[in-house]
Design a protein around this ligand. Structure first.
Ligand code: AMP
Ligand code: MG
Length: 494
């Protein structure tokens, strides 16, 4: 039997806690305690983020931080709580959900801190309040990979593990991820208060989000001077840009339910995600997604659908429905614009120069026809663009349709004048990553971690945090996915 976490820990003056979300009141969250785990150990530590969060340098040593970030001890000044939200799952209203296994500690150094997997909460429903080692390593590595790619995301400070058994399809072991974000408010928080006709709380929530994160929405003359319409437009813009970035690196989220959509346009809730290996626009990464609702090429549409749910939920704050629709409609210009910008960078064009859409369409078609590795193609092209040597067949070799490719590469070459090639190549190398978190890489790190070898987690973290750098010593992480990668099944189970 383990005692409830009463021990507190000295953290020094660098970590002063504030509790603005808790101050919203009892309709938003309930006070919580974490449920301790036996004999925790470190699985992964993110030193770069720890420095930004101004953790004391000795946090990685000794027992106290390990206990605190496993939910076994309380950080002084933190106020643990779990928040309530609702949402649409797979296109269907799911009713109340909430933090079923996430516990908020409060904000310190500009970020809210959450322990994910720290035990049962009033919102656990049928779940056990736990997260398994496998999914926690995936979340830890992927959120940092996304950050390294320059894509807005929640971040992960660390993972701790415990040999406590946790049942999923098979028996696994427990882990806790400490994740941080300026806010964990989701579309589903808005849907919750709208659904229950708690319009006062809905307004309180919207005002909270605007005052803290979108202050420009207060003094907008656009949108009829209504700050809530302005908020909807701003969230639409951020979401459109985020999803455009996903599409530009081949990231498939896998479970874009409205409770997994951040009001700040952050990538959140890493579950059955996958980076594409071979380019397949219809790829479904989540084995629980039988209809392919969240297939890779459906993500923009789904984001738009989810924004409509948010807009619907915000209607009590908006005088005229037409205003909300107008705000949402901006997705139709923001998304294509953001996608075109991302692809222009991938093609090495200087900022502000548009990429010819036919060139993008044609290469995506060729990549799909040949199931060509998306990341390796762009990276090889980035190197090739410098010399453009006919002797260098490394890009051409990726394609079966040689004639189709030859026509395309000629059009690509014409994009850059000979004297601009070096600069174009440099831009491409800064836009087309060498390293992504492929499914099989995550799997290798997980297998090693299950044997208590955490070196792979650390090595991958280091590479993924700087994915545009060469890291020649880690070339093995940049190769094609092996055949066995096809057999990895990723589902909602986490
Ligand atoms: P997800 O699909 O991970 O975003 O989770 C959907 C909902 O189920 C959220 O309310 C989660 O908090 C909750 N949930 C997922 N897994 C668990 C678990 N093991 N225990 C309790 N709640 C969970
Ligand atoms: Mg979720």
């Amino acid at each position: 039997m383990i005692d409830s976490p009463t021990a507190t820990l000295k953290t020094g003056p660098s970590l002063a806690w504030a509790h603005s979300f808790a101050e919203l009141g009892g309709s938003f969250a309930v006070p919580m305690q974490a449920t301790p785990v036996p004999a925790p150990y470190w699985v992964g530590q993110n030193l770069a983020l720890a420095e930004q969060l101004r953790l004391p340098p000795d946090w990685t040593h000794g027992d106290s931080w390990l206990q605190a970030l496993s939910g076994n001890a309380v950080l002084p000044g933190s106020q643990l709580l779990s928040s309530v939200y609702s949402g649409h799952q797979f296109g269907v209203w799911a009713g109340q959900l909430g933090d079923g296994r996430a516990i908020l500690l409060g904000e310190a150094n500009g970020q809210e801190w959450q322990l994910k997997g720290a035990g049962l909460t009033p919102f656990s429903r049928m779940g056990d309040g736990r997260a398994v080692l496998r999914s926690s390593i995936r979340e830890f590595l992927c959120s940092e990979a996304m950050h390294g790619l320059g894509i807005p995301t929640t971040r992960a400070l660390c993972v701790t593990g415990s040999d406590m058994p946790v049942r999923r399809e098979t028996l696994e072991t427990a882990a806790v991820v400490t994740r941080v974000a300026p806010s964990f408010v989701r579309f589903g928080h808005f849907e919750h208060f709208c659904h229950h006709d708690q319009h006062g709380d809905l307004k309180k929530l919207a005002d909270y989000v605007i005052d803290r994160f979108y202050p420009e929405c207060r003094d907008t003359a656009r949108w009829g001077g209504n700050p809530y319409v302005a908020l909807l437009a701003a969230v639409t813009q951020r979401t459109a840009r985020m999803v455009a970035q996903w599409q530009s690196v081949g990231f498939c989220h896998g479970v874009m339910n409205t409770d997994n959509m951040s009001i700040l346009g952050l990538t959140i809730d890493y579950g059955p995600f996958q980076f594409l290996d071979g380019y397949n626009p219809g790829h479904i990464c989540n084995h629980s997604d039988h209809q392919g609702r969240y297939a890779f090429n459906k993500q923009p549409q789904v984001a738009y659908w989810n924004l409509y749910c948010l807009g619907q939920a915000m209607l009590p704050l908006i005088d005229e429905q037409e205003q909300a629709i107008a705000a949402l409609e901006t997705f139709k210009t923001e998304f294509p614009l953001a996608l075109a910008t991302a692809f222009a960078a991938k093609l090495g064009l200087p900022e502000g120069v548009e990429a010819p859409t036919t060139l993008i369409d044609q290469i995506l078609k060729l990549l799909a026809e040949g199931a060509v590795d998306f990341t390796i193609f762009w990276r090889r092209l980035s190197h090739w663009a410098r010399e453009q040597s006919a002797a260098d067949q490394s890009v051409r070799d990726l394609f079966l349709d040689r004639a189709g490719f030859d026509a395309w590469i000629e059009a690509f070459s014409a994009l850059h004048r000979a004297e601009d090639r070096a600069a174009a190549s440099a831009r491409m190398l800064a836009s087309n990553p060498k390293y992504i978190l492929r499914n099989h890489l995550g799997e290798l790190a997980i297998r090693a971690a299950k044997q208590k070898d955490f070196g792979q987690v650390a090595a991958m973290l280091q590479v993924l945090q700087a994915p545009f750098d060469e890291h020649p010593e880690h070339e093995a992480f940049a190769g094609f996915a092996p055949d066995w990668a096809q057999s990895i099944e990723i589902s909602c189970s986490s």
